[in-house]
Ligand binder design. Structure first.
Ligand code: FE2
Ligand code: FE2
Length: 474
């Protein structure tokens, strides 16, 4: 299972033994590099960056650190080791051996699932490509680049599956993944949140906190797939996703720390005074949180979905931690609550569990987000601050599904359009908020220096000191 670095594409899938596949990927590789050059981190091609590269999938080898120029990053193909005798854990094929090839009747759906996942990976690189120009520190710049190269690797992971298992259709889809562009009117990325701009570092940290967490839940559901190569590749991707969420969790935590430091020193919670002092007031952080949470919650799709039912029943996509759920894993007669509007309020209604699988994954995601925000709240509590940050109700600011038609406050009350208009400035970032946050974005790149609006982290990368030269600009 070692990765051969003598190959032009590092891998643990014995690429060298499949010449046709190797040639197809070697054909795609220069297109990928051209895309990286055009849409990857702006102006970064000469930088030497202290990056982690996976050299094998075991504990010791998946995190090797060293200086790399990003265009030379060894984007590889790594699958977790096969579990011997792995059986399908859910759906109509439950108990049967997992598949090493794609069953013909599920080919179109599997391709669609892989393409949808694959499309998010380059999309986030595109969304984040200007952020390096306004980094709050060299440490943060390095973390941004680490996330970017790993999203590039996640694209490789999906493209490998397309090339290896889907023939000509797969090759066409792999090219299309490099053709779409985040936010492009004519050829946008597939999912809404991946067409939103990420214009500043508060947005970036919120994105990695919420939207990479969507990644965690989607990948966890695919890690249960009966199609074993998909399960194994997503299991390895999840180890990298953990770092992306760490970047968001700690980034916001450090912004909060700095704001609270100034609030305590100046004995004020007045946003205007805090802004005059160059930090981000907590209500602004809450509005950004509301925006990114609601946009991400939409990624889970419609509350009731016959596609979700089909994907589950046919074994393509399971639930979060499927094996730990104590039910029949078939769900033919099971129910699950979804929200509906009744007498002017939201109310849970039992729906067929198979059709409600998007909603269930969304609920799992919201619970996980709440736990993450609670960790910020305990920091606030410890510092004697009364305000608490809140994950908005899942029906707030929805654009997808039946809830898109109604107006709901962050605490879950159904309200009139007039009430919405009267309050939306308190709930979602305003143009002034965005302008203010944008005005803070300078470029701090001296080793060990940090922008005024964010605290230094508790420790450096891989045991390195905070003033390590994580990026050498060359
Ligand atoms: Fe990813
Ligand atoms: Fe990610």
């Amino acid at each position: 299972m070692d990765i051969s670095y003598s190959d032009s594409i590092p891998n643990n899938v014995e690429l060298a033994s499949d010449k046709v596949l190797q040639r197809a990927l070697e054909h795609w590789q220069p297109q990928f590099r051209a895309w990286w050059g055009e849409m990857g981190p702006e102006g970064s091609s000469a930088y030497d960056v202290y990056l982690r590269t996976a050299v094998s999938v075991d504990r010791a080898g998946w995190a090797q650190f060293g200086y790399v120029k990003m265009p030379d990053y060894r984007w590889g193909i790594f699958l977790n080791p096969a579990e011997p005798d792995r059986k399908i854990a859910f759906g109509a094929h439950r108990g049967e051996p997992v598949w090493q090839e794609v069953p013909g009747e599920y080919r179109a759906n599997l391709r669609r699932i892989i393409v949808t996942q694959g499309d998010t990976e380059p999309a986030s690189v595109e969304q984040q490509r200007h952020l390096g120009l306004t980094c709050p520190s060299m440490y943060d710049l390095r973390n941004l680049f680490q996330v970017n190269v790993e999203e590039g690797r996640h694209l490789w992971a999906m493209v490998y599956l397309l090339h290896r298992f889907f023939g000509r259709d797969g090759r066409e889809e792999a090219e299309a993944l490099l053709g779409r562009r985040s936010g492009d009117v004519d050829n946008p990325r597939i999912l809404g949140a991946f067409n939103e701009p990420t214009p500043d570092w508060l947005s970036f940290f919120m994105f990695t906190f919420f939207t990479d967490r969507d990644g965690k839940f989607q990948l966890s559901a695919l890690a249960e797939s009966a199609f074993d190569p998909l399960a194994r590749t997503t299991r390895f991707m999840l180890t990298e996703e953990g770092h992306h969420m760490f970047v968001g969790r700690n980034g916001i935590r450090r912004i909060i720390d700095r704001t609270v430091e100034i609030m305590t020193r100046e004995r004020t919670d007045d946003p205007r005074r805090l802004r005059a002092l160059g930090v981000i007031d907590l209500p602004t952080i809450q509005r950004y949180l509301n925006f990114h949470s609601s946009v991400t919650v939409d990624l889970f799709g419609a509350d009731l979905s016959s596609n979700a039912a089909t994907f589950y029943t046919t074994g393509l996509k399971g639930r979060f931690r499927e094996e730990h759920i104590g039910d029949d894993h078939v769900l033919r007669d099971a129910a699950y609550p979804v929200l509906e509007l009744a007498d002017g309020a939201l109310r849970g209604r039992e729906a067929p569990a198979l059709n409600a699988l998007n909603e269930r994954l969304r609920d799992d995601f919201v619970r996980d987000s709440v736990a993450g925000v609670d960790a910020w709240n305990s920091a606030l509590e410890k510092r004697g601050i009364e305000l608490r940050l809140r994950v908005p109700h899942k029906a707030f600011n929805r654009q997808i599904g039946p809830l898109a038609g109604i107006k709901v406050s962050p605490d879950g009350r159904v309200i009139s359009a007039a009430d919405w208009e009267a309050n939306v400035r308190d709930w979602l970032p305003t143009a002034e908020d965005r302008e203010y946050v944008q005005s803070l974005m300078g470029r701090v790149i001296a080793p060990g220096q940090f922008a005024n609006w964010i605290s230094p982290p508790a420790s450096g990368i891989n045991g390195q000191p905070l003033d390590c030269e994580y990026v050498r600009f060359g």
